[in-house]
Design a protein around this ligand. Structure first.
Ligand code: BGC
Length: 762
């Protein structure tokens, strides 16, 4: 909606210029996807700003309010106090703060900026709204398991609604780094191992956060991070180097960022890692040649937390001044937390090392976005203490968290149809460190969420049971340490029960930033607990908590039923109970492959065949496999069972050939032969048999999620175009080559489903 009145504040900035802009057709076009229009008053401001004020607009700091939420999430800050920050706002040395605490804090800082600073430029307030603000949704990786991008759009929109009520304008989200090594802890924040699926979720999240009008006080500016290839860190070690071919970078890692920008994201965050010897933060090719010239990105780029300064330890910059110069000239517009830009940019411009025009260009980008967010019209549009409370944890937001939670759960295994459990008539022993209690519920990367306001598993299960006394709850073990007497109590509880639910896995602090693991297993004390419980002979349902794909072993892998439940947030217990007792038939599919062993990592389904693939069946000597372990997943990407019995049949291709200027239709029949309703995710994979550059054994190209009543059949149809079969050729450009392609419609990346082939013809 266009503003029809001009605020007092706009009048103070120069009524003529602002009024002209508000009435101009350019204003109406502002929300054209991915486009930035710079109102004329911005250039007027820039003409009147000092170099120090300009550098201030490019300097973002962690909020120092009461210690500030960010100070607990990031490495220790620079010791600034809140009063000092208010003074910086007054002096125009600050563009905004991040991870602060709510509307009251924002009110104080914004007042200092717009009433007491010389240029009266509003601050921008940022935060890591990764999977919810106060109502916490499933971790992003879990949400991808829904294979329902629109669900992610809805949760992002709901998170934006809460956060924008609490004084926040800008979220450092979505994180879209493709992660193919499960040792890396930050895969939990992203879209999984597949660039196609990850791209759909990246775009959906951007749309949810930003909405149709950035100026609305219900939406946030979104930030694509971490640009680029942060998830390709060597050996899965966080912050480690990335040494990668241009082909793989473009075919796999860059696609999700591009999808986010194409969906309209107008800010980006530079990643901590280097790529082929050059840190992203100082990488002119990445930040300027690719992002701005090739992709025509019009928003602004912020460094990651002290990312510019870290180029000194990384051996790329000799000191702070050098780091500021390198980052800025590479194309990083704004510096986060190091303070290096405000410390050095003015003198770098005075000495001629940084052109004044380039400084103005970055300031223009930042001010234009502040204008698009409506901050010049009304700097307090998202700052309202009453609205902050009124929007917090509303019943409909919690209901969405429960819906997202149950859709994120993946049924890995269900021998003898142990699940769903009956609501009455069975005694249940709920055993494990994640059985009960307000801990490890909201999961990693939560700034404002609260475990104490979340539903634990015991509460969720009790809510579903007809007879509440049918549940015995025993902790059994700590997360990484044994619990004295725990195993004995667990055995006693299991013996009294008809069925055991084992709530085990990773603690919330075992994934996320700086939490890479060498062994992606359930910690040994919990494995011992599982072995002891299994030895009682009682049927066991394993309910896993985890921020990555895990390597399951022994009694955990051998349990009759296994549910992958990740970190589901505020409605954890209710969402899991919905699936355990059949109110919801499990519909999630793995966004990351569960390998057979940790040592297979990085394991991903879309690997190359090698010249010595092991044929299906027995392991053969001198073939590509580990000692005693096939080069396959225990549960591959795309896997997930339902409470129905799903059958694939009748693959049909519309023609034996696909012409270069045509399309081909691939159809298959999916039937539910079971006695319960089910939702199936039919996945279309292709393989290019012979190409001038070897191609992965399979690649996901499309999927459909369909609901099937007992006995119901449905034909799913997909259309493939030659562009779907493109790859980066020997010349470094996207090409399509004639040849034979295998095609599968299948329930996972490593299952047969139904299979055929066609020829792409010139
Ligand atoms: C993380 C970013 C985050 C930033 C601000 C960094 O350590 O890598 O993802 O947005 O901190 O909290």
């Amino acid at each position: 909606m266009l503003d029809t009145r001009i605020s007092r504040r706009a009048a103070m900035l120069g009524a003529g210029a602002v009024a002209a802009w508000l009435a101009s057709p350019a204003r109406a076009l502002l929300q054209a996807v991915g486009k930035v229009t710079v109102p004329a008053f911005v250039d007027d401001l820039i003409r009147r700003m000092t170099l120090e004020e300009k550098a201030g607009q490019l300097s973002l700091m962690a909020s120092a309010w009461g210690g500030g939420a960010a100070l607990g999430l990031n490495p220790p800050g620079n010791g600034s106090d809140f009063q000092q920050q208010v003074n910086e706002a007054r002096q125009g040395l600050l563009t905004g703060v991040f991870n602060g605490n709510g509307a009251r804090m924002a009110q104080i800082l914004q007042t200092a900026a717009v009433k007491e600073s010389r240029m009266k430029i509003p601050l921008i307030f940022a935060a890591d709204i990764i999977h919810g603000h106060r109502t916490i949704f499933p971790v992003p990786l879990a949400e991808v398991a829904s294979f329902e991008p629109d669900l992610a759009r809805r949760t992002a929109e709901a998170a934006a609604f809460e956060a924008s009520g609490a004084g926040i304008d800008w979220t450092f989200s979505p994180m879209v780094d493709v992660a193919r090594d499960q040792r890396w802890g930050r895969g939990v924040e992203g879209g999984g191992e597949d660039p196609y699926l990850g791209s759909l979720f990246a775009a959906a999240r951007v749309r949810g956060f930003q909405g149709a009008d950035l100026k609305s006080n219900e939406h946030l500016l979104s930030c694509i991070k971490h640009f680029a290839a942060y998830g390709a860190a060597e050996s899965g070690l966080d912050y480690n180097v990335v040494d990668i071919s241009d082909r793989r970078l473009r075919e796999v890692y860059l696609r999700t960022y591009k999808a986010g920008f194409d969906a309209g994201a107008l800010s980006a965050m530079a990643s901590f890692n280097e790529i082929n010897g050059v840190p992203s933060t100082g990488n002119h090719w990445l930040m300027t040649d690719l992002l701005r010239r090739e992709w025509s990105f019009q928003g602004f780029v912020v460094s990651d937390y002290t990312g510019d300064e870290e180029m000194i330890a990384g051996g790329f910059a000799k000191d702070g001044r050098d780091a500021a110069r390198l980052a800025f000239l590479a194309g990083v517009d704004m510096s986060m937390q190091s303070g290096l830009y405000r410390q050095h940019l003015p003198s770098l411009v005075r000495s001629g090392e940084v052109p004044q025009a380039k400084l103005d260009e970055s300031v223009r980008r930042v001010l234009a976005l502040k204008a698009m967010l409506g901050l010049f019209d009304n700097p307090f549009r998202r700052i309202d203490v009453k609205r902050e409370t009124a929007r917090s944890m509303l019943p409909q937001t919690r209901a969405l968290a429960r819906e997202a939670g149950r859709k994120a759960i993946v049924l890995l295994k269900n021998e003898g149809e142990l699940l769903p459990l009956p609501r009455s008539g069975k005694r249940i022993a709920l055993i494990g460190p994640f059985a009960a209690g307000p801990h490890d519920l909201v999961g990693p990367w939560v700034v404002y969420g609260d475990d104490a306001k979340a539903v634990d598993l015991a509460t969720g299960i009790r809510g579903a049971l007809a007879d509440k006394s049918a549940l015995i709850v025993v902790q059994g073990s700590g997360v990484e340490e044994p619990l004295a007497g725990g195993i004995d109590q667990a055995i006693a509880a299991a013996r009294q029960a008809d069925v055991v639910i084992l709530a085990i896995g990773e603690g919330a602090n075992m994934s996320g930033e700086a939490q890479s693991r060498t062994e992606i297993i359930v910690p040994p004390p919990q494995q011992q607990l599982a072995e002891a419980v299994a030895a009682t002979g009682k049927p066991v349902v394993v309910v896993l908590k985890h921020g990555r794909a895990l390597a399951l072993e022994g009694a955990i892998a051998n349990a009759q039923a296994i549910l992958a439940t990740w970190f589901l947030g505020t409605e954890t217990g209710d969402a899991i109970a919905d699936v355990l007792f059949g109110a919801h038939s499990p519909s999630g599919r793995l966004p990351a492959s569960f390998p057979l062993r940790s040592g297979q990592e990085p394991y991903y389904y879309a690997h190359k065949p090698t010249g010595r693939p092991n044929p299906p069946g027995e392991l053969q000597p001198y073939k590509a496999h580990f000692r005693g372990i096939p080069n396959a997943a225990l549960y591959p990407f795309g896997h997930g069972l339902t409470y129905g019995r799903i059958e694939y049949s009748g693959l049909r291709l519309s023609a034996p050939t696909l012409p270069m200027n045509g399309t081909i239709e691939v159809a298959a029949t999916i039937t539910n032969r079971g006695s319960r309703a089910a939702e199936e995710v039919a996945q279309l994979y292709i393989h290019d048999r012979v190409a001038s550059i070897t191609q992965p054994v399979r690649e996901l190209k499309a999927f459909r999620k369909i609901a099937l009543a007992p006995g119901q059949s449905e034909i799913v149809r997909f259309t493939l175009r030659p562009s779907d079969l493109a790859f980066i050729g020997p010349n470094g450009r996207w090409i399509t080559e004639p040849g034979t392609f295998d095609v599968w419609v299948a329930p996972s990346a490593e299952s047969d489903g139904v299979h055929g082939s066609f020829d792409l013809v010139a």
